[in-house]
Design a binder for this molecule. Structure first.
Ligand SMILES: NC(=O)c1ccc[n+]([C@@H]2O[C@H](COP(=O)([O-])OP(=O)(O)OC[C@H]3O[C@@H](n4cnc5c(N)ncnc54)[C@H](OP(=O)(O)O)[C@@H]3O)[C@@H](O)[C@H]2O)c1
Length: 324
């Protein structure tokens, strides 16, 4: 089969090649899946550079998440050949086939199609874990969502809106303001530059935000500490901006907010029942047609470089999907 293999770490993607590799051999407890679509996530890019917390042994097949059809499974696994599933196992998704533990896949919501299913797991799982499970989101609350043009950010905007929140979405790229307005139903889209607290205060009638969802970090995090309402939560989701911010502990004390670390995958591993409930909640919303991942473009695996370069250049609104 063909797969996108990372054989050396590099800053310029020179350590990657779309090449012939042996078919994976299914072990007991695993399902062998014929991959029909896979989606790119920021950690995929970081892993090619050795800059992600997970550092797989080289060489490895890239790709966090996929959707496809079960080819082979244990009789007692709950899956049978032909079942449509989505999920992933940290690596291995950018290939024609993958063999992963049965618990790493979920049955696809009826009628959503492989590209949307491939974009459902990481982004919406993270959004649900952050906003609902850890953030306690309630209808009518104000939520500030950064990096909202990205996969994780746009999923959070959509989920928060479906759950009845008022959403202020931000982008750090001026020409994405209009694209983000077109791609989402956020109540407001603002440019996250400099002192954006004044805009947040104005939009919320001075109340500020009950939740701030931050996949970007750095200066965005710093200014966000001025945007959280008393009793609110600042959700630390990622560091796409490249700088991990510091915070003086007197700030959350004086302003009465909490800083909450969101680690969706690890949360689901440590609390499998909660992880299952989160996956089911997302799948139900998708099956009801209430969540529709925004797909920026679909490319064949052979054009993997274009996908990675677009992500590195912040050129994506939503998700890029790759297909064998
Ligand atoms: N905590 C968790 O469980 C979890 C799970 C999945 C992902 N993550 C993290 O969430 C973050 C976003 O992931 P993603 O897959 O949504 O990535 P993505 O699709 O590339 O989105 C990231 C967004 O961040 C913004 N950004 C700001 N500064 C940037 C910079 N210097 N380089 C690139 N983007 C920058 C960009 O939006 P603008 O151009 O509009 O500003 C971009 O759209 C990553 O840090 C990832 O590791 C965390």
């Amino acid at each position: 089969m063909k797969a996108l293999v990372v054989s050396t770490l590099s800053q310029d993607l020179s350590g990657l090649a779309y090449t012939e590799v042996p078919m994976p051999e299914r072990k007991p407890g695993e399902v062998l899946v014929r991959i029909r679509a896979a989606s790119l996530n920021f950690p995929d890019l970081l892993m090619t550079r050795g800059e992600y917390q997970l550092k797989p042994d080289l060489p490895f097949i890239a790709g966090l998440e996929f959707a496809g059809e079960v080819v082979e499974a244990d009789a007692d696994s709950g899956f049978a050949p032909g079942d449509q599933v989505y999920g992933g196992n940290k690596t291995g998704a950018f290939a024609e086939y993958a063999s992963v533990p049965a618990r790493a896949v979920t049955r696809m919501p009826h009628g959503i199609g492989f590209p949307a299913a491939a974009a459902l797991g990481a982004a919406y799982g993270t959004a649900y874990t952050g906003l609902v499970e850890l953030g306690g989101l309630k209808a009518g609350q104000w939520v500030l969502i950064h990096g909202a043009s990205g996969g994780v950010g746009l999923a959070a905007v959509e989920l928060a809106k479906r759950l009845g929140a008022h959403v202020i979405a931000t982008t750090g790229t001026p020409d994405k303001v209009e694209r983000l307005k077109a791609a989402s139903d956020a109540d407001a889209v603002i440019l996250a530059e400099g002192r954006f607290r004044e805009q947040v205060a104005e939009l919320t009638g001075g109340a500020l935000c009950d939740l701030v969802y931050d996949p970007v970090g750095g200066d965005i995090f710093d200014e966000s500490t001025r945007c959280v309402a008393f009793g609110g939560k600042l959700l630390v989701v990622g560091f796409a901006g490249g700088r991990i911010a510091d915070i003086s502990t007197n700030i959350p004390l004086i302003k009465g907010f909490s800083v909450v670390g969101v680690r969706a995958g690890e949360y689901a591993r440590r609390f499998p029942e909660r992880g299952k409930a989160i996956r089911e909640a997302v799948a139900t919303l998708a099956a009801d047609g209430r969540l529709n991942p925004h797909i920026d473009r679909v490319l064949p695996f052979s054009r993997w470089r274009e996908a990675y370069e677009a992500m590195a250049a912040r050129g994506i609104v939503g998700k890029i999907v790759l297909e064998p």
